[in-house]
Design a protein around this ligand. Structure first.
Ligand SMILES: [Cu+2]
Length: 338
């Protein structure tokens, strides 16, 4: 059985059943000289990215963590932010109601989560600076929650108040500043609510749009399946190994923009490293002038950045946190330039 993520929300509203999402294999990739040999041996670049890549077949962890099911379709919703759109006459309205459900975050690894809109991370909110944003949250779980937004807003809309089971809350604010801002639950114990998936991203576009680009959002999040206070599964967008199995695909030479967000609980710092190319780094995305040109960015909890780059030739470009255990436990991925 394979369900799309948006189906989970429908299921949740029907009684909080187990949501089986297509999850990804958990690959243990060793960043070593052997990788170069594997890359050299890769097939031609018209590869079908939905097929099993040769890079992980020989991995002993692969069979162990191979997923029971992948999504049959709709995978792009994991990493494609909603497109920029003209400011509406009224408010932009979003529903971030909370349900309790179970997600398969790696092959055979099921995690009970509290999920905004039924997904972990929650839905991406997108607005332009100054747009009125109206967020409705109905709490359909058995625990009190809230939504606290980063960025600017009236302090009376700060999301610190508990919204109890069966209760609802509406948050309203004018989007700003331009950049990438997380939202998350702010009901204590924070670590528990965050590690159970209560976070997402809000993308605020400048009034003068950024240049047209192939845009992706990558949210680093982890899962502590043993309850020992340490993550043992690391994911981009909630699915371990997903971008190893299904690389992001971009055309050679065209502008790529990644909205990058670190929502890990338990780990004091994480990073994103791109192989074989460097990128313009816009920390928090609040300035249109790059703060650095590099191949790695470190991010503390809730820190975020916008990355822009072009891949100059056909090939597989690896990306991963430079914290090796994170890469080896689910957060290694590829961008394929075609
Ligand atoms: Cu909560």
């Amino acid at each position: 059985m394979s369900l799309r993520r948006r189906d989970l929300f429908r299921l949740g509203t029907l009684g909080g059943g187990i949501g089986l999402i297509g999850a990804a294999g958990w690959s243990a990739v060793k960043v070593s000289a052997a990788k170069d040999a594997r890359v050299a041996a890769l097939p031609a670049l018209d590869i079908d990215c939905t097929s099993t890549p040769t890079t992980t077949v020989a991995d002993p962890n692969y069979a162990k963590f191979a997923p029971a099911a992948y999504l049959a379709g709709d995978r792009d919703s994991f990493h494609n932010p909603p497109p920029r759109s003209a400011s509406p006459a009224g408010a932009r309205e979003y529903d971030l109601s909370v349900i309790e459900t179970t997600l398969e975050v790696a092959g055979g690894q099921y995690v009970k989560v509290w999920a905004y809109g039924g997904t972990v991370p929650g839905p991406v909110i997108r607005a332009t600076v100054g747009d009125r944003v109206k967020i409705s949250m109905s709490n359909r779980s058995e625990t009190a929650h809230s939504i606290h937004f980063h960025g600017t807003h009236d302090v009376m809309q700060d999301g610190l108040e508990r919204v109890g089971q069966g209760s609802s809350q509406v948050y309203e604010f004018d989007a700003g500043p331009a950049g990438l801002h997380p939202y998350h639950c702010h009901v204590p114990p924070y670590a528990r609510h965050l590690r159970k998936g209560m976070f997402g991203a809000m993308l605020v576009d400048p009034v003068t749009p950024r240049a047209a680009a192939h845009e992706f959002i990558l949210c680093l999040c982890g899962f502590d399946t043993t309850g020992d206070g340490r993550n043992d599964i690391y994911t981009w967008n909630g699915l371990a190994g997903y971008y190893d199995r299904f690389p992001l695909k971009v055309p050679v030479g065209e502008l790529v923009r990644i909205y990058l967000l670190n929502m890990l609980e338990h780990d004091p710092i994480a990073s994103f490293h791109l192989h074989a190319q460097t990128f313009d780094l816009f920390r928090s995305g609040t300035s249109l002038t790059p703060s650095e040109h590099t191949d790695i960015v470190s991010l503390g909890p809730a820190e975020r950045a916008i990355l822009e780059f072009r891949l100059p030739r056909r090939g597989r470009y690896m990306f991963h946190p430079h914290q090796s255990h994170m890469a080896e436990q689910g957060a290694m991925g590829w961008i394929v330039a075609i």
